[in-house]
Design a protein around this ligand. Sequence first.
Ligand code: HEM
Length: 253
Amino acid sequence: MPILNIGPSAPERTVHYVPVWEPRLRVWHWSNALTILLLFESYLLFNWHKELGLSKATTAMFEKAHIYLGYLFILLFAGRVYLLFRGNTFSRLTEILPDRKGESLARTLLREVRHHLSPPRDPNGNLLPPADPGHNQLARFLYLPLFFLIIPIQILSGVLWSSVKWGFWPFPSLRTVAAPLHHTLNEILSDIHAACMYALLAFIAGHLFGIVLHEFTFRSDILSSMIHGDKPLTEKELDDYRQIERSGESPAE
Ligand code: HEM
């Protein structure tokens, strides 16, 4: 249904609410966010056990909880990878790759940064939001390293480290590797795992900053779209939306 958006400082424009984020994607998104929060919380608890005065048994409990949450994180990621190839149109890999419009990746990034920081206006002086029926074009530059670098390395280092330190699946024998190799493995994996955690925190900071900036600049409702699944699209975005849907093998639910 068309809606005339005339808030006190909102840009005046007609929008149509259309389904974009399928239920499976939204379930993945919020379960993943919660799991990361719990992974971080459990890490803080066992890492600061001395300062917090935790007993050895309690610290070990938080370490093991962290490992089990890590396995849940892997399952969730496997689900998101499935959606990249078998999900609905807007969950697929093609909708996460930046739309380069024949330009280089660097130029595309520059164009998107410019559009977000200094958006163009229509003849009436209203801000023109970037035409993004699905994933925000600038955010795609964060989603790509998240899916193909940060999360896979975080998972791999975590799985190996839990084998080395605790004898967990899939390589329990790594626990009994002789010193000093055991110590070296422990140090290397711990450094990689910590570096990925900082990269993940940097992603989350950039992600949240981008969403708040987008909401403030364009009054875009993108945050609630990740809850109910519908995005308010302008006429221009609606054309792109129909085109993407036509080109996809399965429409958004
Ligand atoms: C409270 C914290 C969070 C909020 C409020 C939030 C909000 C959102 C919103 C509004 C979108 C849609 C953006 C768009 O239109 O392009 C989105 C997408 C996304 N978010 Fe978050 N997010 C949060 C935490 C996270 C975390 C912790 C991660 C992963 C580390 C994450 C990963 C993603 C990804 C990958 C997408 C793209 C959708 C997909 O293809 O799966 N978010 N988020």
